[in-house]
Design a protein around this ligand. Structure first.
Ligand SMILES: Cc1cc2nc3c(=O)[nH]c(=O)nc-3n(C[C@H](O)[C@H](O)[C@H](O)COP(=O)(O)OP(=O)(O)OC[C@H]3O[C@@H](n4cnc5c(N)ncnc54)[C@H](O)[C@@H]3O)c2cc1C
Length: 262
């Protein structure tokens, strides 16, 4: 069985982010690039499924990003992925969600998979729109927010986390799965894993390799970023001094009542 995990390479979530006002794009220089944290959960799910399935199950990570970020994928290989495929091409620059999902889907068709595991959300773009679009382009079922998954007799059985509990659903393979953060903490890469990752393959793919029928990059984008603004600065807040706990609790209650929150 072949499990493919999509991994976006994103700026360090703890770094201060800046948008270039001329290009309206995120400034990546001077900021460390990391694996999108949600995708580490997707990779953990894939590695757990591989451990349970045994045999000839393999885990392949796939990413689409500028060439300079390629080596960031070694961390996924160090965590236990068997190989990586990296789609990079100047023609992808300016791709919006639609163009991104279309290009990714054509690359994923070429790679092939029995199960595609996607993180569900990125730390930078955060649209959460890519998984559904991928499932549509690939013509496979899309099972979201999984907290547990198992595969038996070619069927995928998943526990989906919901606001009120969880649902158990079943679907055929090939399928697309997105993972909830309750699937399991992503494992640390061991020293052996880090050393082994140096010898693993990151196979390059370009647009010429995947042969697209429709335009991608800025030519294929159906959406334009018109304007952006940072969130408003937070006010100073109100400090209340109370004589004792009861007076403090009353002051908090009065404040919440004033805001119509109780
Ligand atoms: C007009 C426009 C122009 C843009 N131009 C650029 C540009 O030039 N360069 C640029 O970097 N971004 C650009 N973007 C942003 C880019 O379109 C989004 O980053 C991309 O569509 C993914 O959306 P998202 O981050 O919201 O993913 P989400 O839908 O939140 O991601 C869900 C999951 O999809 C998978 N995924 C998403 N993207 C990738 C990826 N690239 N590789 C592997 N897995 C992935 C991950 O597993 C992730 O957990 C542009 C956006 C717009 C609107």
């Amino acid at each position: 069985m072949k499990i493919v995990v999509t991994v976006k390479l994103v700026p360090d979530p703890n770094a201060e982010k800046r948008i270039d006002s001329a290009t309206k794009r995120l400034v990546r220089s001077g900021v460390e690039t990391v694996l999108n944290p949600y995708d580490e959960y997707a990779l953990e799910a894939a590695l757990q499924l591989k451990e349970r399935a045994g045999g000839d199950t393999s885990v392949v990570v796939f990413s689409m990003a500028p060439e300079a970020l390629k080596e960031t994928l070694r961390k996924a290989l160090a965590m236990g992925a068997d190989e990586a495929v990296f789609l990079s091409d100047a023609g992808l620059e300016g791709s919006d969600v639609w163009a991104t999902a279309y290009a990714m889907s054509q690359a994923l068709k070429k790679i092939g998979f029995d199960l595609l595991i996607v993180g569900g959300l990125t730390d930078d773009g955060s649209t959460g729109a890519v998984p559904g679009a991928l499932a549509e382009h690939l013509g496979v079922p899309c099972i979201t927010n999984a907290r547990k998954a198992e595969i038996a007799d070619g069927t995928l059985r998943v526990e989906r986390e919901t606001d009120s509990g969880y649902q158990t659903v079943r679907g055929p393979l090939p399928a697309l799965l997105t993972t909830a953060l309750t699937f399991g903490e992503p494992r640390y890469a061991s020293l052996k894993g880090i050393m082994g990752a140096k010898k693993k393959t990151i196979a390059p793919l370009t647009l010429a390799d995947i042969g697209l029928d429709l335009a991608v990059g800025s030519d294929g984008a159906k959406m334009q970023l018109e304007a952006f603004a940072p969130p408003p600065a937070r006010g100073k807040g109100r400090t209340v001094e109370a004589a004792d706990g009861a007076a403090g609790a009353q002051a908090i209650f009065d404040f919440l009542k004033e805001k119509k929150l109780v």
